[in-house]
Design a protein. Structure first.
Lengths: 114, 113
């Protein structure tokens, strides 16, 4: 499976933008980039995903580098409720079968200061 | 409300006992998944099912078994063969398998004494 690399932790102040980076230098042409986040003792929550173009939704934006070897999750105005572990995940189509396997790394722990 | 339910939230068992974790969804999703999470780690895939009466092993299936007799339900049995069963277990579902958003349940924290 293609692997992702994220910083272990990041900090932000409330109401400021946050840019969470992810490197995926071995990404293949058919891999999608997904972001999930997880609050303590809860299940992960989908944030956003994309393939080649930048994506926006109500939660965040996803900026994908032109060579697709890296991406950045952008939270436009961080709130205390955004404090979580953020996972950058590639979903791989292997041999024509695609079953939505999510391979979670250790993610980035985001701390938001009031 | 549509969603995924897992019960119970906390479960304690003695070593050597089999235990079954419940996962139910009313989202009409075809695909369902079981993950395990250990402290400070990411999730690891145990089993997944793309359709009723069919399921496949994930990365760490040893010591676990599943069934998918109904679309809504995907119970996971942790058998006595699982060497380190104490963990946080998460169930998820998606409309189809593939590059779709997965919806996660609240999880069951299993402690084997």
């Amino acid at each position: 499976d293609a692997k992702t690399t994220q910083p272990n932790s990041m900090e932000s102040n409330e109401e400021e933008p946050v840019h969470l980076p992810c490197n995926h230098s071995t990404i293949s042409g058919t891999d999608y980039i997904h972001w999930y986040r997880q609050l303590p003792s809860q299940g992960p929550e989908y944030v956003i995903h994309g393939l080649t173009s930048n994506v926006n939704n109500r939660m965040a934006s996803l900026a994908i580098a032109e060579d697709r070897k890296s991406s950045t999750l952008i939270l436009h105005r961080a709130t205390l409720r955004d404090a979580a572990v953020y996972y950058c995940i590639l979903t791989t189509n292997a041999g024509g079968t695609s079953y939505g396997k999510l391979t979670f790394g250790q993610g980035t722990i985001l701390t938001v200061h009031p | 409300d549509g969603g995924i339910t897992q019960s119970p939230k906390y479960l304690f068992r003695k070593e050597g006992q089999n235990v079954t974790l419940s996962c139910e969804q009313n989202l009409n999703h075809d695909a369902m998944y079981w993950y395990r999470q250990d402290p400070g780690q990411g999730l690891r895939l145990i089993y997944y099912s793309q359709i009723v009466n069919d399921f496949q092993k994930g990365d760490i299936a040893e010591g676990y078994s599943v069934s998918r007799e109904k679309k809504e339900s995907f119970p996971l049995t942790v058998t006595s063969a699982q060497k380190n069963p104490t963990a946080f277990y998460l169930c998820a579902s998606s409309p189809t398998s593939g590059n779709n958003e997965q919806f996660f349940g609240p999880g069951t924290r299993l402690t084997v004494l």
